[in-house]
Design a protein around this ligand. Structure first.
Ligand code: FPP
Length: 246
């Protein structure tokens, strides 16, 4: 187990993204319904958000609901949406007290009206906060995001706003939901699964990937410290050689 003192605060990841997985299994292990795991998962969301702000992480992005998650049983989708509304209502003051700005990425129009309006309310009330940006990926799919960017760029090409020769990584980035965020430095996935599941495919081009067997409802501060220490012990070469870096 790592603790806070093991972290080098001069070399923090600027952007941590997390695939919060294992809520269903956590509940099943206890003979409970899956939604019980999601409920407990909201505790980890709170703990990890506060912990990131305390350490000095500038951006935290959480995969809360994917475009594919709409295919889950209706009751589970409804419970997740209710949990979102109650968490937003419950946590708004914590976000304000900790100077955290809330943001959201994804096909937000697909969200139920109540979720959409509660979300916008919290986004509006925290928009001037600057210590950390907490981004919730909701009804999010990376391919869906890339398709939207293609459509927006090609419309601009058609209307002579952008010439095709001018399209570069910067322009593509500017048309993604994450246009205001830096690239992901550290991607964490809990619960032992080792896949990306259509999350931030463009933005993780040079991210360090960290997989842990801990299920999301059990993922706490010490687990986050361990992931950051592990990240800090890696050499990020961005395509260069070790010698070039020194
Ligand atoms: C994956 O576990 C988790 C989700 C699909 C939802 C994550 C949602 C929360 C933690 C609660 C609400 C979020 C916020 C931001 C308040 P799984 O159900 O796929 O677990 P399994 O793989 O064990 O079945």
């Amino acid at each position: 187990m790592s603790n806070l003192s093991a972290i080098n605060t001069d070399r923090l990841p600027k952007h941590i993204a997390i695939i919060m997985d294992g809520n269903g299994r956590w509940a099943k292990q206890r003979g409970k319904f899956r939604v019980f795991g999601h409920e407990r998962g909201t505790r980890s969301v709170r703990e990890i958000t506060e912990c990131c702000a305390e350490i000095g992480i500038e951006n935290l992005t959480l995969y809360a609901f994917s475009t594919e998650n709409w295919n889950r049983p209706k009751i589970e989708v409804q419970t997740l949406m209710k949990l979102l509304i109650s968490s937003l209502k419950k946590e708004i003051n914590t976000l304000i007290d900790n100077d955290i700005k809330l943001s959201a990425i994804g096909n937000l129009d697909a969200l139920p009206k109540k979720v959409f309006s509660e979300l916008n309310d919290v986004i509006e009330k925290t928009k001037s906060n600057s210590r950390m940006t907490l981004t919730l990926a909701l009804s999010y799919g990376s391919r869906d995001e890339i398709v939207s960017a293609f459509k927006a760029i090609s419309t601009k090409v058609k209307n002579n706003i952008i010439s095709p020769e001018k399209i570069d990584e910067y322009i593509i980035n500017e048309h993604l939901y994450t246009r205001n965020l830096p690239d992901v430095d550290l991607l964490i996935r809990t619960s032992g699964e080792q896949r990306i599941s259509n999350f931030l495919l463009w933005q993780i081009a040079y991210a360090e990937l960290y997989f842990t067997d801990v299920l999301w409802p059990d993922f706490g501060k010490e687990d986050l410290y361990e992931a950051i220490v592990n990240y800090q012990n890696r050499e990020r070469r961005f395509g260069k050689t070790s010698e070039q870096l020194t």
